[in-house]
Write a protein that binds this ligand. Sequence first.
Ligand code: FAD
Length: 310
Amino acid sequence: MNKMKVYQDLMRIVQDGGRVKHDDMLSAYTFTKTGGEADVLVLPESYAEVQRIVRYTAAEGIPMTVLGNGSNVIVRDGGIRGVVINLTRLDAIHLDGHHIIAQSGAAIIDVSRFALKHGLTGMEFACGIPGSVGGALYMNAGAYGGETADVLDHAVAVDSSGQLLQLNHSDLRLGYRNSAISRNGYIALEGTFALTPRHMPEIKAEMDRLTRLRRMKQPLEFPSCGSVFKRPPGYFAGKLIQDCGLQGTRIGGVEVSRKHAGFMVNVDHGTATDYINLIRHVQKTVKAKFNVDLETEVKIIGESGEVQDR
Ligand code: FAD
């Protein structure tokens, strides 16, 4: 791939040079503050731009990677070849009766606050999830007994040929940390959430309660990617890790959180390689002690970098 040609082609496609970048460090776009360079990064501002980018990369055979808020990814230190499409500029949220329609780059936390402002209940669970609407649709984000599937009515997405799709709730097949978006490689563009009216102070009280719980239990003072592992059937990943005595274990600048064993925090300029090595170490230790396989919830993407595995 000729990086500079792709960069120039995309400048023509989005007609705003400021929204196309080359060799940008992805550590600036991820919650772990790790990740190498993207060959070319583009920030579309309309669905038509997304469609044009998808059609262009498909026609040219250029790999394309989607990034939302970067709160559930570890981008390897070698960065990402091809085009990274970052959707955070598609962030409009509006109201239609008791429905909230949010573009995929809107923060799900903002959707939750918007629902509060309009006296609509159902989005309280999302008030502390730092991802985008697209990321929530991709993996059916959830917390404290609520999940995206409970409130999502329908969505708009684009497939790998650039075709717009209208997906209703059953088309989306939202399961535990997956959906038709993740399974089919669609790009989510918009989600419509069906909510119900409720007295505003009650919604606020519930959001405050969940925020207090989160602050008490999660190491929000450090960069992280949230829970690193999925819940293995019949167990809790955090409890297994805790019972292996792994809290505080550090590789490079990344540590198993002392506050919440399911989190790994970047405490001292850690790299993606540190994260990946710590993940492997935890997986091996838990397997040896409990014979349980921990599967990552966080998506590990990109190329291994110059920073060598230790
Ligand atoms: P990204 O990290 O940008 O991407 C994650 C995956 O989604 C990637 O594979 C990406 O390609 C794909 N993706 C993103 N946007 C789109 C799109 N528009 N179309 C297609 N694919 C897309 N998660 C929970 O479920 N519950 C929690 O309580 C929770 N708490 C967290 C707390 C902290 C402190 C942190 C850092 C993370 C937490 N997470 C939690 C994880 C994370 O916020 C969610 O998984 C969120 O849904 C990820 O969204 P994102 O936009 O950041 O996705």
